[in-house]
Design a protein around this ligand. Structure first.
Ligand SMILES: [Zn+2]
Length: 371
């Protein structure tokens, strides 16, 4: 009897300890999230994200489509809800049901970048540092002046050497200023260095020289996906960022068919990754997934290939969140958000306060933690 009373009292103390203040008078239980996986699809438009394949680009002239019948069979459906589900089944059947999606302009839930430049380095810096830095004006390999949420976590003892980034594009080490903080950032056509390498890593490394270097500064998504998956299985990072680039590259190349295939492949990769996570004790029910894009693209059949300061609507993006702390509100309504909110959201889901470390960072997305 005494013992059980003690146990009840003790439990109460634990509950009290687990409650941490997060703002003025607001208290929130510690999150269940212990790991975060962040994925970006470079330059993937809100138009396809919310509406699936775009009719105006399903042709040779503006979309550069080679096998139109095959493409339509894969991704064309009568209704936009069917089209987006055919293109991105994991996003629309799983995340839109069990998680949350931001950026639907039709529901007064616009998500926009605030850097005004609408290209990659400013976008990724805004995503990971939490604000637009007017000093970043190009994609040049210059070390970022700002603290990223990855570096912020990497500097904490609980995350030391348990944060990693795998990216198709070769500028990421500068965006994350990896030479300064020692963050693990693998990019582009580099073989993975792991000692000793696994069979899968060795096989991937051996295949690299035989692949066409179609974009010298950006490798195929499948390479980065494979390396990232193997790193996850082997090193069990607490924070893993996977930066995919093919949606952007095929967009610039006016290949709408390959652009859609790249998005569909990313979706399938995410579905398989999510399934794998639920089989691993470290990750099962303890991992949040945050997915977004660095910028949009043009809205017309001529400029859909392009983005940048002068391209209308390329400032509109989308964000998806799934995990044990995120209520399944689906597509969010009446909530305006910005790209910079991603950084603090990643930390917030892990129970960390990025805004306290970087005052300019935007606050976490509202309502993503609180299940
Ligand atoms: Zn980009």
């Amino acid at each position: 009897m005494l013992r059980s009373t003690f146990r009840i009292a003790f439990t109460h103390i634990l509950v009290l300890v687990a409650v941490v203040p997060i703002g003025a008078g607001e208290k929130q239980a510690r999150p269940r999230t212990e790991n975060a996986i962040v994925v970006t699809l470079d330059g993937f438009r809100f138009q396809e994200f919310f509406g699936g394949a775009d009719d105006m680009l399903l042709n040779k002239q503006f979309g550069g489509v080679k096998d139109l019948d095959g493409l339509k069979k894969r991704f064309w459906r009568e209704k936009p809800e069917e089209r987006r589900e055919a293109l991105l089944p994991f996003f629309w059947k799983t995340i839109a049901k069990d998680g949350q999606i931001f950026g639907d302009r039709a529901r007064k839930a616009t998500t926009r970048l605030t850097n005004g430049l609408k290209f990659s380095y400013p976008g990724y810096s805004e995503i990971f540092c939490g604000f637009a830095d007017p000093g970043i004006t190009s994609n040049a390999k210059k070390s970022n002046a700002n603290l990223s949420v990855l570096e912020f976590l990497h500097e904490k003892p609980a995350y030391k050497n348990r944060v990693a980034a795998f990216c198709t594009w070769d500028v990421f080490p500068w965006i994350f200023r990896a030479e300064r903080n020692g963050l693990k950032v693998h990019t582009d056509w580099n073989p993975v260095k792991d000692d000793p390498g696994t069979d899968r890593q060795r096989a991937m490394n051996a295949s690299l020289p035989f692949l066409p270097r179609y974009w010298p500064d950006n490798c195929f998504d499948v390479i980065t996906m494979e390396y990232a998956s193997e790193h996850l299985l082997r090193h069990k990072p607490r924070v893993l960022y996977i930066g995919l680039g093919e949606t952007a590259e095929w967009g610039h190349g006016r290949r709408y068919d390959l652009h859609l295939d790249a998005a569909n492949n990313a979706d399938r990769y995410l579905a398989e990754l999510w399934q794998t996570l639920q089989t691993l004790p470290q990750y099962k029910d303890k991992t949040s997934l945050i997915i977004t894009t660095d910028h949009g693209r043009g809205d017309t059949r001529v400029d859909w290939t392009d983005h940048g300061k002068k391209v209308p609507l390329a400032e509109f993006i989308w964000i998806a969140v799934l995990g044990p702390d995120t209520p399944g509100l689906g597509v969010r309504e009446n909530v305006e958000t910005t790209q910079g909110q991603v950084a603090a959201t990643i930390a917030h889901l892990l129970g960390e306060d990025f805004v306290a470390a970087s005052a300019k960072a935007a606050p976490p997305l509202p309502g993503v933690r609180g299940k």
